[in-house]
Design a protein around this ligand. Sequence first.
Ligand code: KG4
Ligand code: ZN
Length: 340
Amino acid sequence: MIVLGIETSCDETGIALYDTARGLLAHAIHSQVTMHEEYGGVVPELASRDHIKRLAPLLAHVLAEAGISKEAIGAVAYTAGPGLAGALLTGASFGAGLAMSLGVPALPVHHLEGHLLSPLLADDPAHFPFIALLVSGGHTQIMCVEQVGAYELMGESLDDAAGEAFDKTAQLLGLGYPGGPALAKLAEAGVAGRFKLPRPMLASGDFNFSFSGLKTAVLTAVRASALAHQDQADLAAEFQEAATEVLATKALAACRQRRLSTLVVAGGVGANRRLRQRLDEAGKRQGVRVCYPALALCTDNGAMIAFAAAQRWLAGGYAAVEQQRAGGFAVRPRWPLQEL
Ligand code: KG4
Ligand code: ZN
């Protein structure tokens, strides 16, 4: 079956075609970064309006790339939450409408489940069970994943998400939006250790995180004196060291506690090179295989939505499909993954 995946939860319009027999056929992403840049962050109303403009052209694009007509689509999957309410509604209404016109099921997908399963799209995918480190702009969680749909939350951030901490710290250093990649780039030119930042909750003995204190420590350093460019780079490098040390240490501790030898990393911060380096090194020492999605599939995309829906479909996890056929749809801007 060919599943169309639609992602519009935030500032990326993602469309993809996934075939349960042949794998990913085509995927395309339109990023709204340049549009939101001048406001220093995502403007929800602008995001929704832009998604509406992009959906139909992107659909035409992936159909052409895959060389199929829309009648070949067997199900339409869309991100139903969590995310921005208006942005979610654009993808959900487009998806449900398209599904109704084609006479195929519309499958609502949890955005984080998409991220969580995205490393399984790789050529040499991870196998269940595994520990997942989910690090996005809105979430930082360690999950124990038994199989599709069986996600146990082991720990999470008690305040800011890792991506949010990267973004806010980047803002403090005068870098643009989105801050994560910009901060990582600046950190490459810096030397960690010259500034001393805390490693929050490193020794807390659980799998929870806290990143807001780290951000405040950066603010204190920024306010203490005028920083030259090299100082900023050194501060960025130390921030990256601190954040990635806590993330990598706890993710691998979770693998030890559950005696699991596979760690899956998902979400936008999973694109961070220093985090990958740390996880790879520590994973090697501990005999843990660390699996990442392809770099293009780390941040929000339609492929992970199509894939997660297909996996649920194959596992028989869509009991409400007949209802979806009737054309109803709903979005959940707040939706804990454990409620799946
Ligand atoms: O998963 P994602 O695309 O969207 C959400 O669902 O939140 O993650 C976006 C987050 C942003 O906070 C962004 O700054 C961060 O991922 N990010 C990075 C890097 N690339 C993206 N953070 C650190 N280093 C990177 N290379
Ligand atoms: Zn995301």
